[in-house]
Unconditional design. Structure first.
Length: 95
């Protein structure tokens, strides 16, 4: 399962502070599951850590877009976390 594999590696690299490699693996998960906003949220967090602010905003916006589109799905089909954090970040960035 590319999903579990990619997500697992991205989490491991995140824990090591290696956000470039975390992005490499989360991109594989996004390619496999482009409707899952959780991966965009995670990539946004990695980009934020790397101070890639424009890309972080794009990722967070995509996560929000997917949330609005798929928010009525059954639990577990699409997960979204830290939406409050997203809102605070976007407000601080004056987006």
């Amino acid at each position: 399962m590319i999903d579990a594999f990619s997500k697992g590696f991205s989490i491991e690299y995140d824990a090591l502070g290696d956000y470039k490699n975390a992005i490499k693996y989360i991109n594989l998960a996004i390619k496999a599951y482009p409707k899952d906003g959780l991966y965009f949220m995670n990539r946004g967090s990695y980009n934020l850590e790397l101070e890639n602010f424009d890309q972080a905003v794009k990722d967070y916006e995509k996560a929000g877009e997917l949330y609005l589109k798929y928010k009525n799905r059954k639990s577990g089909e699409t997960e979204f976390i830290n939406l409050d954090k997203l809102g605070k970040f976007l407000k601080e960035m004056n987006v």
